[in-house]
Ligand binder design. Structure first.
Ligand code: GLU
Length: 415
């Protein structure tokens, strides 16, 4: 039976890359484990006057190439191992797109769906009070992730600046633009994925104006639906799912109406003119492009054989297990792995850090151009690695990332 512990999965991926790269034992060991882990509890007074204690983490997986970088998730199922895995994937993601950053991740075990706005603010501020000594533009820079957003970053930055008693906007990215955020960050993860799909369609002769399906309809999924049609000259969104259900419409959804419905009601359910299907069916449809944009371990050894898409563009972190990777590769499905497909967000986060550090902001057009060139270059670097090493796309991307990080560790004299 395959392990679905995400940290085991990342360790398998790192070990395989290290073996092919012939890294020595010490370097491999260093890359397998986070450099720093911080686990803490947050006592927070709730609206009813009682105190709840939330378990929280900030993990810096590797900072050889630059400050640790990665989001903070608010999710009830967080564990030390989910955060370790996500921090590790950030290390490889920033390296694949060649950003001068390392990898990190944070999380609070809580259920934002049952928390008030004021309770979310209190948790966000308490989190920063606990990690203020660990973070900073030259140490570790958080961003949003699952169930956190620019408002969360605004509260967190404000708390940090209050503690430090000075302005310090570069401590968080994906902030609202009025307080140091950048143009083009909100749709950056999806835009990066769609740019990679554009390159993959060219290479594999797939019609970008064909059909596509999206699993997970949060920020990345919604933006991908809109951008796929905008940047690739059309395309029919025929199926979509979220945490509550899934819908199918062979004629294609009106994407703008679907996004408006989701934002208004919090779910895709009850959207008119669509057939309700099982969530698992979204992964098994005969479409040109499938975007997994939900959580880890969605495509496993058990369901990978059902995938019929020609291209799988992983906007989520860790949606495919190693067993599933082997099955998809055998079936000839072209996977654009998460550490490449979802790298648009952190790439524009890096542009935000640069702009914050000299307090001069770029135009939206220039952000889009820089993002396009970073993702296109990374896509082709990974293609070269696939050809050279004759391996599947995720392993090829890992080989690029792991080699770059290993080299930085060596140059520093760590190994
Ligand atoms: N949470 C996003 C990711 O997983 C963005 C991270 C960032 O911008 O630091 O890639």
């Amino acid at each position: 039976m395959e392990s679905y512990n995400s940290f085991n999965v990342t360790q398998q991926q790192v070990s395989e890359a290290a073996r092919i790269l012939k890294l020595d034992q010490a370097t491999t060991e260093l890359l397998l484990w986070p450099q720093r882990e911080y686990k803490f509890v947050l006592p927070v007074r709730m609206d009813n006057g009682k105190v709840n204690v939330f378990h929280a983490y900030r993990i810096q997986h590797n900072y050889a190439r630059g400050p640790a970088k990665g989001g903070i998730r608010f999710h009830p199922d967080e564990t030390v191992d989910t955060i370790r895995a996500l921090a590790s994937w950030m290390t490889w993601k920033t390296a694949v797109v060649d950003l001068p950053l390392g990898g990190g991740k944070g999380g609070v075990c809580c259920d934002p769906k049952i928390l008030s706005e004021y309770e979310l603010e209190s948790i966000s501020r308490a989190y920063v009070r606990a990690v203020a000594h660990l973070i900073g533009i030259d140490k570790d820079v958080p961003a949003p992730d699952v169930y956190t957003n620019p408002q969360t970053m605004a509260w967190m930055m404000d708390e940090y600046e209050t503690i430090m008693n000075r302005h310090h906007p570069g401590v968080m990215t994906d902030k609202p633009q009025q307080i140091g955020g950048t143009e083009g960050r909100r749709d950056a993860t999806a835009r990066g994925g769609v740019i990679a799909v554009r390159e993959a369609c060219r290479l594999h002769d797939v019609d970008p104006a064909g059909t596509f399906a999206i699993q997970g309809f949060g920020n990345a999924g919604q933006r991908a639906a809109l951008l796929h049609q905008e940047l690739l000259g059309g395309g029919r969104l025929v199926a979509v799912s979220d945490s509550r259900g899934a819908l199918y419409n062979p004629d294609g959804f009106n994407v703008k109406d679907l996004v408006t419905h989701k934002l208004r009601t919090g779910t895709i359910s009850d959207f008119p003119d669509a057939k309700s299907i099982k969530q698992s069916e979204v992964l098994a449809l005969d479409v040109d492009v499938l975007y997994p944009a939900a959580l880890e371990n969605s495509i496993t050894e058990d369901n990978a054989n059902n995938v019929q898409a020609r291209i799988v563009c992983e906007l989520a972190n860790g949606p495919t297990t190693p067993g599933a990777d082997r099955v998809l590769h055998k079936k000839g499905v072209h996977v654009i792995p998460d550490i490449l497909a979802s790298a648009g967000g952190v790439t524009v986060s890096y542009f935000e850090m640069v702009q914050d550090s000299y307090s001069f902001f770029w135009t939206e057009e220039s952000i889009h151009e820089h993002l396009d060139s970073k993702i296109t270059k990374a896509y082709h670097t990974v293609q070269d690695s696939i050809k050279e090493k004759q391996v599947h796309p995720r392993l090829a991307a890992m080989l690029v990332g792991v080699a770059r990080v290993a080299e930085a560790c060596k140059l520093r004299g760590w190994v």
